[in-house]
Write a protein that binds this ligand. Sequence first.
Ligand code: ASP
Length: 600
Amino acid sequence: MAVPYNRRTHYCGELRASHIGQEVVLAGWAAARRDHGGVVFVDLRDHTGFSQLRFNSDLNRTAYEAAQRFHHEDVIAITGTVAGRGDQVNPRIPTGEIEVIVKQLDVLSPADPLPFQLVEADQAAEEVRLQYRFLDFRRPEIQRVFRLRHQVAHAIRNYFHEHGFVEIETPFLTKSTPEGARDYLVPSRVQPGSFYALPQSPQLFKQLCMIGGFDRYAQIVRCFRDEDLRADRQPEFTQLDMEMAFVQRDDVMNMVEGCVRRVFKDTIGVDLPNPLPRMTEHEAMERFGIDRPDTRYDMELQDITDLARQVDFAPFKDALAAGGIVKCVVAKKADKITRKFIDTLTEDLRGIGAAGLPVTKVATEAGQVSFATGIAKYVTPIRDALCARVGAEPGDIIFFMPGRFADVCKYLYTVRTRLATALDVIPPNRWNMLWIVDFPLVTFDDQEQRWVSTHHPFTAPLDEDVPLLDTDPGRVRDQAYDLVLNGSEIAGGSIRIHRRDVQQKIFSLLGISPEEAHAKFEFLLEALRLGAPPHGGIAFGLDRWVMLMSGAESLRDVIAFPKTQRATCPLTGAPTPVAAAQLNELGLLLKPSAQPPPQA
Ligand code: ASP
């Protein structure tokens, strides 16, 4: 008689002392085997954990002999009796008080030798783990991540459902919705020469849903951006996308706060502050050099421009003469900071455009505070005022940066972040979430020589700044809000422009001609003419959010079937060349330079 595996009585991780004496049916993977002569122990695993099986040679000789030959990851089903382990209890595992004495065994599916051992998966190359992602999934730590991800999505859906939001599916085969990245294109067969774009976000569709009177929309949706190979980006990723009508900025922010508070509480039992703190973009740049500050630790950027004027050091003088500033970051108790660390950091800063990284060490000489090494001799004249201003004491290192505001921010942000890791100052288990508001609506792109949106072209300007649109666009602040968690941006949104004339004005400020606006966005402009309520929303990068909550180190860890940095799927091998007939049908011809390598 076959083992009725479809009538499992328990999962492998469920059995406890209270089950002793019961007959059970279990099924799963044979994870480990220990042969003690006359008895074989096997750990039977499923997604809940594992139980120890005991095969006694005198109880069922055939099953015992089969167990002696098990391979890692054979799929088996058994019937047996739960027994106590006597003095062999293992208090370290949940099922450690029991074992199951096997009466009957079925090997449902034998396994060949594995490409990597599951218990040693950390040593396997990531590429191999991803190529055999289904094996990787069998590991408890991976199961945990995807079950957390499910809980997050579930809590989100419950929350928005309870608040009257409607989930509406927006199209994947669509027209480009510009979020600033390159589109993935899909050729049309029925209209040769024309292409769909995969959506970078449902931005315009959700706006149309508001114009259509749905009032509140939320969707967990896949988005696609063909970005250059930067670390930890994925070409397809998931957004929690939402939009609300007849709202102002605070209404959206309050709704979102309710959602993140619920998710943190329901999934990992963390209480977030109520309300969440807010900081203007300007303050974030001043204090942290970035608009997504990690506020879990100090080491803030400090302005010493006035003191630097008294210093006879060419890089300071040049920066000040050009209207720049001088700021610094103080590394407290910096014994761990070596010469080599500073040299590498300086080289890396040069790589992103900095001229150098002037430093000095605060020391003591004859009982007096003094500066040693680096630019000590230049800054000694301002020693007392500088130390008092920036709170520097013996044992600290001061990292200086002269230059334009934006450059100083960029370089000292890097310095601050690298020091945080080197000095190990980031406290564990902290969830510092805050809003960043009042971004500039547009910034001037020196390379392109034109204004570009800080967020996207549909973001509304602050009402009181609208008059500046004609005179001083760089000073117009927007009605956007970004949500930052431990130094990562996890969401961004805004109140939208709901007036056609304002939208046209913004297009023209961004250098989008009426013809281009017509070609790309006529459907939006048309909708704005036909009764558009004030509206606004936000989108979360769900992958990053789950990554931070689960403590994973890479987005690839929280995406079931991720792509590599070369945008390849290690499991299927996609993208792959297609047959000439398929190209032909689409009216496409490959350039010689795009010919795929011959297939092996
Ligand atoms: N569509 C925007 C994005 O994907 C978010 C938003 O404004 O709601 O970044």
